[in-house]
Write a protein that binds this ligand. Structure first.
Ligand code: GTP
Ligand code: MG
Length: 383
């Protein structure tokens, strides 16, 4: 099969390599190319076998390309990506998946850098991913955060990948999950996923990970109001970062306040009480303790069965949400439905028919099989 990246210029792929190695800005490469100084190099097409073998061997360049294939919106790449992933599935599921959310500037990236380095020192292989549904505009927060992950991005044991620019929320969720699986198949045993705590991205990440932490700042008074109670209910740990220098005393007070708050909140994980912890990503304090907490969490929840029960329900929820989105797109993307919708809406507003009757009529008009045929290529893009 020769359907992959025959025309992808070298710099487009180097964009990812640059993030991993922390060598050059993407922006430094484009102008040179535009000026005609360098000719774009045509990449060889990798076969399904080469993808599977390369990822299994932990080849970072091939892993990067496999993720690009997963992220591609070209329907031709979709089938190939799925076949590669299918073959790699037996190698997935062994990593510990950790999500990190928090307000902008809380120190998530700095914490990941310090925490990731510590884990690499202990012999782990770390994959750092980002989920940022707005990344088509910002080009992925991690790209901008490269300076905060400078040392981690240069380590051979670490692999850093910016958020997919998926378009739809469902697209970003699917691509992020499959990217995580690819990294697991490549041998990364700890996956760290950063997301800004806005919109629905934290819910997406919670539904992908085993352990979820909320990074907050000191000065609880203002902060607590800025943090949605809903986010606290998703967290297995609340990490008060920047507990250093003059801030330390304040951080301890903040910790007490969060401790009192979580008493009134249902824990995110059955049998695991959420607590607040102090750390400083800059001074690298509290990180070893945090890691200990996560290990105890894994031990307890594995023993109780909650760990793998959550994984199972995450898989089924994922499938369910894709079915929902699929059917939604099929229905609302259907030409017949679209054609009749204005007049039916009008009839509802006029009081000629009830909303219930309107739905019954629309559903009667909806020919699933024909709509599916019409929508097939569109759906492949959006899945
Ligand atoms: N004093 C102190 N400053 C810190 C600490 N951690 C992060 N910072 C600083 O806080 C600022 C924001 O840090 P980031 O790691 O970019 O925060 P973030 O949560 O990833 O931000 P977004 O990606 O924009 O959401 C930077 O200037 C860091 O140097 C810490 O432990 N102590
Ligand atoms: Mg960040």
């Amino acid at each position: 099969m020769s359907d992959y990246t025959t025309t992808t210029p070298e710099w487009a792929v180097q964009g990812n390599a640059a993030v991993m190695s922390g060598v050059e800005e993407l922006g430094n490469i484009n102008p040179a190319l535009a000026s005609g100084k360098f000719k774009p190099v045509r990449r060889t097409v990798l076969s399904e076998d080469e993808f599977v073998d390369g990822v299994s061997r932990g080849d970072r360049v091939i892993l990067s390309r496999a993720i690009t294939l997963i992220e591609s919106n070209n329907p031709k790449h979709f089938g190939k990506a799925q076949r590669v992933l299918q073959r790699l599935l037996p190698k997935t599921g062994r990593a510990l998946r950790i999500g990190i959310t928090g307000v902008p500037g809380a120190g998530k990236s700095t914490l990941i850098e310090a925490f990731g380095n510590m884990l690499c020192d202990e012999g782990h292989k770390i994959a750092v991913l980002a989920v940022d549904p707005t990344s088509s505009i910002t080009k992925g927060s991690i790209l901008g955060d490269k300076t905060r992950m400078g040392t981690l991005s240069r380590r051979p044991e670490a692999f850093i990948r910016p958020s997919p620019a998926g378009g739809t929320l469902g697209g970003v969720a699917r691509k992020s999950r499959e990217t995580m699986l690819m990294c697991e198949a490549a041998g990364y045993d700890i996956i760290l996923i950063e997301t800004v705590g806005v919109g629905q991205s934290e819910t997406i990440v919670r539904s992908m990970v085993d352990f979820f932490m909320l990074v907050v700042l000191t000065g609880a008074g203002d902060d607590l109001q800025g943090i949605k109670k809903g986010i606290m209910e998703l967290a297995d740990a609340i990490v008060i970062n920047k507990a250093d220098g003059d801030n330390l005393v304040k951080a301890k007070v903040t910790r007490g306040e969060y401790e009192r708050m979580v008493e009134f909140i249902r824990p995110a994980t059955e049998g695991w009480p959420t607590h607040a912890y102090l750390c400083s990503a800059i001074e690298k304090t509290g990180l070893a303790e945090l890691w200990k907490v996560i290990q105890v969490f894994r031990e307890i929840t594995t023993k109780s069965g909650v760990f793998y029960r959550r994984r199972d329900s995450q898989l089924l929820d994922w499938m369910q949400s894709m079915i929902d989105e699929h059917l939604h797109n099929l229905f609302f993307g259907d030409a017949v439905i679209n054609g009749r919708m204005p007049e039916i809406k009008e009839a509802v507003l006029n009081g000629t028919i009830s909303p219930t009757q309107a739905v019954a009529e629309l559903v009667k008009m909806f020919d699933v099989k024909r709509a599916a045929e019409r929508q097939q290529s569109v759906l492949k893009n959006e899945l």
